[in-house]
Design a protein around this ligand. Structure first.
Ligand code: FAD
Length: 414
């Protein structure tokens, strides 16, 4: 029997998770993973690069070794486009890779260029160029008003999902708390104000009332001002202007750019929705192409854009693909949830676990040193195992413990 050719595009959270799930198929598949980068980038570690002097090398690890020791082939090239009807991936050197099954884990494009004035007056931390640039800007900063926020993103309509104004505001929370901590540590907080804007009707649209009630006092306690319904228009030297015509003074403007789907999708006929995200059903199979799966930020279904959701989707896609190939195994149900830990500076962090956006009843936080320890453990595990996550038993146990701990009166579960 000939081996099935599986091509995975992208070696981030979703691509590596899918690879690690599929490798148990052994000789039954030939897996190739394609990525133009030599390293996989763990974006959740980037705030520590910007604000806690973590070397950028600690946010990335070599891809080639991680892929080849899993028995797959690594091709370090960018994909230019996909010929869906011919079952071919076309690389940026015009070579083609034929596939029986394709798994697209391309991530989202961070559209810095969509923010007028960003290149001259804006800072960010969504990749390993921007985070060290922000760290340098902070080193040069001598005080003044700081403005932080997410630009508005627009989504396609082929898949029914909550249309959030920002892809995920967890990094905004991390920036504001870590910056507050860092400015205090440097003795500069008195000379600096922190104002946060959100394009949404409420800050943190993707979580429920209990999480909001837990976060709001922290925001006040740290002297941070948050305004909602503020859609970024442009950045200037010394100011940030919004679509409503208001302008805020700013000596340091930190922006999460709008997210768009990948250029690969834009260049591939019939692959994307109106915003170049990949429309799938809840088994992560492309709505119009049975041999194409997708997972992670690249998909229309991932909302908010979170590593946790990328991993849930990669598990589903890998299980569905396994079923296609072998007829074996069950495909996990699509049960989206927000699960993330935001550093708050020093040894403090806040864990957020909520599924109210999707009609669920879990909505809780865990704040303090124990949440920080969990994030430290999770990030370290991911880095040192080249993209593996702690065993399911550990994460399932943690989720269960959190639910039980928060069911008492006055605690998290709504
Ligand atoms: C600052 C920040 C902090 C965050 N913190 C958290 C957090 O604490 N918890 C959490 O759950 N989520 C967090 N997230 C979100 C999380 O990082 C993303 O949801 C996650 O990285 C998505 O994984 P992915 O595999 O879909 O995409 P990515 O991680 O973006 O990986 C995509 C891969 O595709 C590759 N690729 C792109 N174009 C091509 C091409 N043309 N050809 C081949 N390969 C290509 C890229 O090189 C990359 O390796 C954070 C995000 C940011 C920006």
């Amino acid at each position: 029997m000939s081996r099935a050719r599986v091509v995975i595009v992208g070696g981030g959270f979703a691509g590596l998770r899918a690879l690690y799930r599929l490798r148990s198929l052994g000789d039954r598949v030939d897996i190739t993973l394609v990525d133009p980068r030599s390293t996989s980038l763990a974006r959740p570690s980037l705030p520590e690069v910007a604000f806690a002097a973590k070397p950028v090398e600690h946010a990335r690890f070599p891809l080639a070794h991680a892929v080849t020791r899993s028995g797959a082939r690594f091709v370090q090239r960018g994909v230019d486009h996909v010929r869906v009807t011919e079952h071919q991936v076309v690389l940026d050197n015009d070579e083609t890779l034929p596939y029986d099954f394709l798994l697209l884990a391309l991530g989202a494009r961070k559209a810095y260029d969509d923010v007028v004035g960003f290149s001259s007056h804006g800072y960010s931390l969504c990749d390993d160029e921007q985070a060290p640039r922000l760290a340098q800007a902070l080193d040069d900063f001598t005080g003044g008003p700081i403005v932080i926020g997410a630009a508005k993103s627009v989504w396609g309509t082929r898949v029914e999902v909550p249309h959030l104004a920002a892809p995920c505001e967890g990094p905004v929370a991390e920036i504001m708390f870590m910056l507050d901590h860092e400015l205090r540590r440097r003795g500069m907080r008195e000379r600096s104000s922190i104002r946060v804007f959100s394009p949404g009707r409420i800050f943190f649209e993707d979580v429920g009332p209990t999480v909001h009630a837990d976060i709001e006092p922290l925001v006040t306690q740290h002297g941070i001002e948050v305004s909602t319904g503020k859609v970024l228009d442009h950045l200037d030297d010394g100011s940030v202007t919004f679509e409503d015509g208001t302008t805020w003074e700013s000596a340091l403007s930190i922006v999460l750019p709008p997210y768009r789907g990948s250029d690969v999708v834009a260049r591939s006929p019939r692959l994307g929705d109106e915003r170049d995200f990949i429309p799938t059903d809840t088994t992560m199979r492309h709505l119009d192409a049975a041999s194409v799966y997708a997972a992670g930020d690249a998909t229309s279904l991932s909302m908010p854009k979170l590593g946790h959701i990328a991993v849930l989707q990669a598990d589903i896609a890998a299980a569905a693909l396994r079923q296609d190939l072998t007829g074996e195994g069950d495909v996990p149900e699509w049960r989206p949830e927000v699960f993330c830990i935001a550093n708050r500076g020093g040894d403090q962090a806040i864990l957020i676990y909520s599924n109210t956006l999707f009609g669920g009843d879990v909505d809780l936080t865990l704040d303090g040193a124990s949440a920080h320890l969990m994030k430290w453990g999770f990030d370290g595990y991911y880095f040192h195992t080249a993209g593996h996550l702690p065993p399911d038993l550990a994460t399932d146990g943690l989720e269960m413990a959190l639910r039980v701990a928060h069911t008492g009166p006055g605690h998290g579960s709504t």
